[in-house]
Write a protein that binds this ligand. Structure first.
Ligand code: PBG
Length: 321
């Protein structure tokens, strides 16, 4: 006798009862770009509805994030000045350090996460220290650790290293502990792929590498077993949360990570994923709300506990409808 699977789809109320995955504002983390200057709220052309904010207007977006019920933000900074070693990234008075302090004056509770990387701050646009046209892993670690420490000193709850250097989590955990920040957690961009989906972000963050590409440190999109090695290493080194990035093309990796480990798994739905949907919606080719909801639901269904997404505010609005 065949199974009548359709029975449990008979009415909307039954479907509500048997639903396995539910999106909530508490799932989302919203990325925010901060810039030097005054009175700036400038839309990022390839990411409609996302803006560059100067510090004096940062409260506008922070208040909105809190209002819709999102629990965390991840901050990206665009410094005025770039150099070989990305000194703006660990400057106590740098753009991110001041942004973190500013957010702290607006809210004590909002989870403030910082992206620990150098690419927005280095003149060459790479995520580490360059020696003879190569990104030097061990030289970079010292700088990455200093950046994380400066974020913790400014008041970040969580630091998120996205540089993809080997040993970065250990270096960060060590410097944080030595300086009394044992309660600052590490969200590691563990399985971060060398992805074309980062295109709009690099324009928004002015972080395109000036020579070569990121393939010697970010992962090959063809590999998933390697992602497990990256994730295992980060957990061993002390990561509190692991991340898979991008999201949509890597949901197999999310599921594998979820089944393999019991630490929280974050997924980053990146700029290119957002921009594609926005563009198609603008052309009238798709139903933006339905597509965005389905995309994020699939990330959660794949096993993500939290989703970093440019759609966070829109999704919260749609979830309330
Ligand atoms: C910094 C960083 C990048 C992203 C997050 N952190 C860019 C990159 O690695 O080139 C991408 C985020 C996005 O595309 O939304 N290293």
């Amino acid at each position: 006798m065949f199974k009548r699977n359709r029975r449990l789809r008979e009415t909307s109320n039954i479907r509500d009862l048997v639903r396995e995955t539910i999106l909530s504002p508490t799932d989302f983390i919203f990325p925010i770009f901060v810039v030097e200057g005054e009175n700036i709220k400038e839309e990022i052309s390839s990411m409609p509805g996302n803006y560059h904010f100067s510090l004096d207007r940062l409260h506008e977006i922070i208040e909105e994030v809190i209002e819709v019920g999102v629990r965390g933000v991840i901050l990206f900074g665009l410094p005025d000045h770039k150099d070989e070693v990305g000194s703006g990234a660990f400057d106590k008075n740098g753009i991110i350090q001041r942004a973190v302090k500013k957010v702290r004056t607006i809210s004590k509770d909002l989870v403030v996460i910082t992206d620990v990387c150098m690419c927005e701050y280095t003149s060459h646009g790479h995520c580490g220290i360059v020696v003879d046209e190569k990104v030097d892993n061990d030289k970079s670690l010292k700088y990455i650790a200093e950046i994380a420490l400066s974020h913790a000193q400014a008041g970040a709850d969580m630091v998120a290293p996205s540089d993809m250097m080997d040993g970065h989590v250990e270096a960060i955990r060590t410097i944080l502990d030595e300086n009394g920040f044992k309660d600052v957690s590490i969200m590691a961009y563990s399985a971060k792929y060398s992805s074309a989906f980062y295109g709009p972000f690099r324009e928004a963050a002015d972080s395109t590498p000036q020579f070569g590409n990121r393939k010697t440190y970010q992962m090959d999109p063809a590999n998933s077993r390697e992602a497990m090695r990256e994730i295992d290493a980060d957990i061993e080194e002390g990561a509190d949360i692991i991340m898979v990035k991008p999201a949509l093309s890597y949901l197999d990796v999310v599921r594998w990570a979820r089944d393999r480990h019991d630490v929280p798994v974050a997924v980053y739905s990146v700029s290119g994923e957002f921009a594609m949907v926005k563009a198609a919606a603008k052309m009238g080719f798709i139903d933006e709300k339905a597509i965005a909801m389905e995309m994020h639901l699939s990330m959660k269904r794949a096993g993500a506990d939290m989703i970093i997404t440019y759609y966070a505010l829109d999704l919260c609005g749609w979830l309330r409808e």
